[in-house]
Unconditional design. Sequence first.
Lengths: 384, 434, 559, 163
Amino acid sequence: MTLEDIIKETKTYYCLECGKCSSICPISRHNPSYSPRLMLEKALNGFEGDLINDQELFSCLSCYNCLLRCPADVDYPLFMQKVRALASAQGKYGVPAHSGTLQSLMRLMSNPAIEQRRLEWLSDEYRISEKADILFFVGCAPYFESVLDFKTGALDIAKDSLKILNALGIEPMVLADEKCCGHDLLWTGDVKTFRKLAEHNARIIKESGAKKIIFSCPEGYRTFKFDYPHYVDLDCELQHITEFLAENMGKGKLNFKEAKKKVTYQDPCRLGRHLGVYEQPRKLIEAIPGIELTEMEHIRDESICCGTSAWTNCDAYSKQIRTERLLEAKATGAEMLITACPKCQIHFKCAMVSKGEERGPDVEMDVMDIVNLVASALGDNGSE
Amino acid sequence: MAVNNSVLIIGGGIAGIQSAIDLANMGFQVCLVEKSPSIGGRMAQLDKTFPTNDCAMCILAPKMIEAGRHANIKLLTYSEVLAVDGEVGNFKVSIKKKARSVDEKKCTGCGVCVEKCPWKVNNEFDLNLGQRKAIYFAFPQTVPKLPVIDREHCAYFLKGKCRACEKFCEAGAIKYDQEDEIIEVEAKAIIVAAGFDLYDPTPLREYGYGRIQNVITAMEYERLSSASGPTAGELKRPSDGKIASDIAFIQCVGSRDVRSNRYCSSVCCMYGTKEAILAYEHQPGTKSTIFYIDLRAVGKRFQEYIQRAKDEYNVTYIRSRPGNIELNHHTQNPIIWYEDTTTGETKSLEVELVILCQALIPPRDIQEMASILSIELDEYGFVKTPDGLSHPVDTTRVGILACGCVHSPKDIPDSVVQASAAAARAAEILSGGT
Amino acid sequence: MSDVRIGVFICHCGKNIAGVINVPEVTEYAKTLPNVVYAEHNLFTCSADGLSSITRKIGEYKLSRVIVAACTPRTHEPLFRTACEAAGLNKYLFEFVNIRDQCSWVHMQEPEKATGKAKDLVRMGIAKARLLEPLEDVEIGVTPACLVIGGGVAGMSAALNLANQGFEIYLVERDKELGGLLLNLNRLFTSDSKAEEVIVPLTEKVKNHQNIKVHTSTEVKGVAGFIGNFDVTLDQKGEEKKIKVGTIIVATGAEVLKPVDQYGYGDKSNVITQLELEERLNNGVGDEQNIVMINCVGARIPERQYCSRICCMVAIKNAVLIKENDPRAKVWVLHRDLMTYGTEFEKYYQKAMEKGVRFIRYSLDKLPEIVGNNKVKAVKVYHQLMGKEIVLPCDMLVLTTPLIPHEDNQDISRMLRVSLGEHGFFLEAHLKLQPVEFATDSIYVCGCARWPASVPETISQAYAASAKAAIPLRRGYIRSEGITASVDEDKCSGCGICVLLCPYNAIESQSKDGKKLAHITTAQCKGCGTCGAACPSGAISMNHFRDEEILAQVEALVI
Amino acid sequence: MNGFNLSRSICTRQLLQTKRRRKITEFEPRIIVFACNWCTYAAADIAGTSRIQYPHNVRIIRVMCSGMIDPIYVLRAFERGADGVIVAGCNYTDCHYIDGPVKCDVMFEKLGKCIHTLGLEDERLRRELISTSEGTIFAKVIKDMVNQLKKLGPSPFRKKVKS
């Protein structure tokens, strides 16, 4: 795909040079010299080299703020995705976080030879089926724990998801040779590997005969929903667990015990702006007796990103963004910040961990995934 | 009124008025239908006009009165077209004349009723920034000079008591039991001059209209700035009545935007500039910042006007479309976030008042009107011309013409030109041509 | 003079006047002045009730003079005069006092002084009013024919419309054939239809219309006569022709600026104007792969400040046509602001972007530069956001230049006694509400002669002008003001100075019982009053501005 | 107490009087402008619509054309105690009556000589060409003239009129 093709596909040519994108871009807010529009201008005026060699090419969070506001219908996030592919083809990958461990893991995963042991965490406390209509997509949680030097809680999300599904009397499939959905690779331009992963996942899911896939990770959900169709054909109903639960709370026997807590909720970019899921998580939270949801200033489609995406260009600005967001969360007077994406949780926790070195503002506060919250509130009969 | 050789004009704004006067002066019979209680239209709401800074009412009033007094013009205000039958040469039009609850023959327009009426209601003519009575004149120079009872707010119609206006009206002109009339009119040609409505910026949440008090629309500003407006011409900002001395205008609100209207609304760059100049005139020293994408000043003396705004009226133009507006909770000042498009840097600007230069949109009832007249509309909902080139004031139906902003947004001179043009086409049709 | 009964009406004009001037005080003051039998003040004297009040009070108080102190006679005098007439008072017994535009609005900071001045002005007005005399308007018959000057799309549209209304039209075109600027154009925005698709049928209709007499290769040599009755001399290749018309429409169009010595125009072979490009596109040639267009060449610069309105669309249209003809071709439009106003133009701009036309902004302080010797090889343009120069390969450089007024606008304006505006385009009577009328009755303007305009806009204006022209033509008469000069034959010495002075040849020496006396053709008199000032024997007085009347105002300066 | 009040009121009265006197002594020149209907009068209107502020000392008398201004108008103005007179009209190019300004110039030149011979300061009589859109220029001219006249003091004829 040439730059011109990208310009056409993303309708970049419509750019009115109005600068609205920059003025609502969370990166630009903290790094005034970052201008999405400048990227477009470089493309439109044929400065491919400058564009590809621009470090900030990998700063975009694909948070969709610009896409939702652009008056000229330019798909900047897609533009980023595609241009990064061009860049990576020339060996440009931006600045991978955690020295690129995760990207490398994903690439390794894509090797058909390996046999993962990604389900070792499954104890018989959780009931799963060999064959079922519903498939639970675990995602990369099993890896996060071992890579990151603090407790991410990612795996607990997987566990609690099963716990809740079980409580509803659902025993989903989980696939032992499920592989990374490829989200991060796609967004850092490694289309080749992404395709491998996508093809693999599509194949095994077809073989499993699943009719519906439930995700606890919005990235997986988004990737399956919007990106897979361009590379593989997979005909399954897709849902985020919050959507599924909001739908089925009534049925089954999800009864909650009183849990006195004041919480606030972080709309993850992908679950929110990408997939438009705003109501269900809130519905869930409010369903738990005693839980009081106090909203932050910027919510729903105006929500602020957690500051990093695709494990790349995680810099001082990313830190500032999440610090600002955490302060906004604390300002609500909530004791706990609820997220619905393992990455949000990781990034917020990271902001607190690294707080030690350069003492920024106090951003300490409990962070928990909505799945954990729901699970923790389940009555005893819930987990029978 | 089955007058032959007559033309029906729908809409009593400057365009409709001009068409009516021209045709009447040519000797044709004209029936001018206006849905609100007075003719005058949008221009009557404006304070001044660019680029001459003529006061809008000063130049409009004489025309309104000429139309009101002309022997060949029949005014039907507070009236709506219900149905149109027939075809070019003999249209049969039925019009609903809504009940004013005032006897036109007896009323002298003295206004005692308005004075005595105890019930205050928000005045839509002032975009609800000011108040009027339940029996009212929308504005001082209304033509015809007849009040109207707003039955939704009149205590007599709500609770069956009060009757103050009736008590004090020496002419005995108050008629609570007056009923809507249906009037049949014959016309050889019809001119649609239904004008425009204004884009409501509420959906563009990033600009905070409705959420941030000191973010207002351009038309609200016009009323605040107008001597006959709710603040008697003082530019008091909503939050605290402070006279704003540092203000910003945002262009393309509801235009050049896929999320609202993709077309350019033509006049906003200029009226924004005019309002900035007015702000300075009201309060010398006032600083204005205008955010724009392309500064569309294409008319006679427009570029000079812009230059003057820069040189003499402390107006700064920034080529940028702000992303969002936040609120400074302490000062109630809006904070505008924008990209300095010359450097690509993202900046913020705190001002005391933000004016959203809202787009002109087709009249909200245009679909209905189009089906009554069976004329086609373009993709935006404006009246469509046959070929977009050589029949600028025609519609897709022979014998029905259109002029002014109902075709597409345009300024006053262009509307007036089209109004006379439509009159000429009508005269052509009435002379047997098509 | 004791029988003079004056009524004074003072306007608040909302806050415009009352916000500064103490209107009640002025009203009370007026009551104290001789001959004033009534005075009142109104929120808006120009409102329907204000006017009817004037009419009523004339009756009630038997007023023989009416004074309104309000805005300016230039906009409102006719209105108040009709109010007087409505009560049977001769409209020339009305006097206007300007206390807004020339008082309250210009002395906002000193209310007392302004109030004092308002009193003086009212006093001076009253002093004049005492001496006012009733006058009669002259009604002049109108020759039921119209002269249209200029055979472009504007002139032809106007002519056709009036002809279809049944009037006789003389259409005069300087060139050999009808069509004007459109003859040189290829396709027209936004429909992209061929220019001839518009011009040819229009020309046919015009040529074949029984009511239209077409005179090509003809110029207007002289215009004599007066409103409603013009004697026009046409010059068709040397041979003269005289015609009589009642109205005149000026549709002489404009010309495209030739950007001499700019961006290598003239000496570099591959630099052309949009107009020249139109011709090339018309002939279907053009294998250039890299085309650069520069907008605003010679427009929006200190020497020529105005924006010529249509050039952006011309450039965009041609850019689109090039891309449609050869999608591989690269087209850059260098601009300063894209004036694609309205619904259609903005949509067309989007179409251009879809087709791959690229737009780059430049600013006056960093103009594009050309590279290359006898041909332009590349164009350098500074990209502000990227903060560097972009070098665009260039096989053909197209300069977008503005429409400029014809030089002979001067002559026409002199011949017709109509004025030109700042930039040399014709000046309308009122920028907002009389866009196609001249200050002089029965002469009108439309199209690019007035201001650059697109084809639809031009046609609209043409129709508008014909609407205005149709009014006197249909009525058959024009009423002209009674404010003209008149001769007191007893005083006239027949010296003839006035005859020489009159700019309108309205005065001639006529022998009357042995004496040579000045005689004024009232309908032809425009009321400038020069004759009156020059008359040594004080025989000529300029009605409504007679010496006594003006001197009375002077006298009233101090009490 | 009473006495005190009385004396007090007396003081205030005196104070007021001196104030008034000071007002009177402050010289406010009186200027008459003969303005042609089409240009200068319109320019004065534009000054208004543009809210350009200028001194109040001016009184405008509207004539149709500067070409119709008779010397007697000006002389009479001085007789009646005007401190300055401005004869204003269109520029030569945009006269509504073709060449009014030229005729006006002829008249003005002669008039100027008379005024001069009379021993009146030349600055008291001005010829101005101010066209329709030039509201700012109109205001500027008035400002200048007022300042000039304030320096010159009242017209000698004015004193004569007063006595």
